[in-house]
Design a protein around this ligand. Structure first.
Ligand code: DCP
Ligand code: MG
Length: 396
């Protein structure tokens, strides 16, 4: 029995909210982002600005070079959060199963609805226009993968419905980079073999892909055919977020262990920021080669979502239990005691805005290109972080 999955994403979300507050902005080339003078980056670009090549995650200075006279508005995160909450609340009450992916994105499973998916999406789109004045784009398909790509293809204010069994045909002409799991590295390796579109990829024998990319190759082959079995999962508020890594070979080099802690802290920090929560308790997990495992935790003065603060706390804990030369099999970093966004004033204070720019730039790159895209220097031999970047991550 085929499922009906809808995917929704608000168009130029931060910019659209700014247009609501100041309708004179409508149709203008502008961005919401940090100032060029302080090396800010673009968070959201209006569609008029995109005509000049301006994109999110781009340094504002570069955006200004591409589009002279570009208006740059400072972000008002709490305002965007409020609008996001209202729209998401409405979506939640409109479908039996809703999974919110980010501040402006959600999957809906409406398989039990008698009406065609396109009709449901069209009516929700119109209602969100009317109630909230915010434009949305919708993808309708038999699974998450294809629904999300359909949204992307239809933007702005689009609605694309892919019929069941039409998934592979729909995906075929699209660039292979649009496929989840195809980062720049995979993309260039595929390009070397003349694979540019998802259709090209679908034609490659699975055995060849496995030869090239290992187990990931099999996932690629499945996705290229437009198959995806992942269910829509109603999210519940996580109580903690963590990331851990089992080393390919047990490790005793202090420098490498510290760098791993940093990398894990960055992963947890990124996920906290993405979920717009901050946590007060930082915990580390350590497993010795004989599989004995210990955890240690500490409570911070105030909740944080900052990589550096998580890392400092994790490192302090680590240095208390680790002795020079001792081999480690697994390291983990977790943050718990999470607070909801409303109480999370530190997110919006000045320090965060300043420090947040760099972190956000990194988050953006990772979001777009996979977790492997940004690595600290060094030849750390880590187990490969998957393109999803969540294999060792968990929320509970
Ligand atoms: N965002 C950000 N930095 C990024 C990407 C996004 O701060 N690199 C913020 C601002 C966006 C919001 O998240 O408005 C939603 O992200 P999207 O990727 O959905 O981008 P937009 O909604 O701005 O545009 P689109 O119409 O492409 O969805
Ligand atoms: Mg959006």
């Amino acid at each position: 029995m085929s499922r009906t999955i809808l995917h929704v994403d608000l168009d130029a979300f931060f910019c659209s909210v700014e247009e609501l507050l100041n309708p004179e902005l409508k149709g203008q080339a502008f961005v919401v982002g940090g100032r060029a003078e302080s090396r800010g980056v673009v968070s959201s670009a209006s569609y008029a600005a995109r005509k000049f090549g301006v994109r999110s995650a781009m340094p504002t200075a570069r955006a200004l070079r591409l589009c002279s006279g570009l208006l740059v508005l400072p972000p008002q995160h709490h305002v965007y959060m409020e609008h996001s909450s209202k729209v998401m609340e409405f979506i939640r009450t409109s479908a039996p199963l809703v999974e919110q992916l980010s501040i402006d994105e959600a999957f809906l499973d409406i398989s039990d609805d008698q009406r065609p998916g396109t009709r449901v999406a069209a009516s929700l789109q119109a209602e969100i226009d009317q109630r909230f004045g915010l434009p949305t784009s919708w993808g309708v398909a038999s699974n998450k993968l294809v629904a999300k790509i359909a949204t992307e293809v239809g933007k702005p204010h689009g609605l694309i419905s892919v019929p069941p069994d039409g998934e592979a045909v729909f995906l075929a002409p699209l660039p292979v980079g649009m496929l989840w799991g195809v980062g720049p590295k995979t993309k260039s390796r595929l390009a070397e073999r003349g694979v540019r579109t998802i259709g090209d990829l679908a034609l490659m024998p699975a055995s060849r892909l496995i030869q090239l990319f290992g187990a990931h190759g099999l996932d690629l082959a499945t996705r290229a055919r437009g198959e995806d079995k992942r269910p829509v999962v109603e999210e519940r508020e996580p109580r903690s977020m963590s990331a851990e890594l089992t080393f390919e070979r047990d490790l005793s080099d202090h420098d490498l262990l510290c760098r791993t802690l940093l990398q894990l802290s960055e992963r947890v920090g990124r996920r906290l920021r993405k979920s717009m929560v901050a946590g007060r308790t930082v915990r580390i997990k350590l497993r010795w080669p004989d599989f004995t495992t210990l955890t240690r935790q500490t409570r911070l003065v105030q909740p944080t979502d900052q990589d550096g603060e998580i890392y400092r706390a994790a490192l302090g804990l680590f240095n208390r239990v680790w002795r020079e030369g001792r081999m480690v099999r697994l390291l983990g970093v977790g943050v718990s005691d999470l607070s909801p966004p409303a109480r999370q004033l530190t997110l919006f204070d000045h320090t965060w805005e300043k420090d947040g720019r760099l972190l956000k730039a990194i988050d953006d790159i990772r979001t777009r290109y996979g977790s492997d895209a940004v690595r600290r220097a060094g030849n750390l031999k880590l187990k490969r972080l998957t393109d999803r970047g969540v294999e060792d991550d968990s929320s509970s």
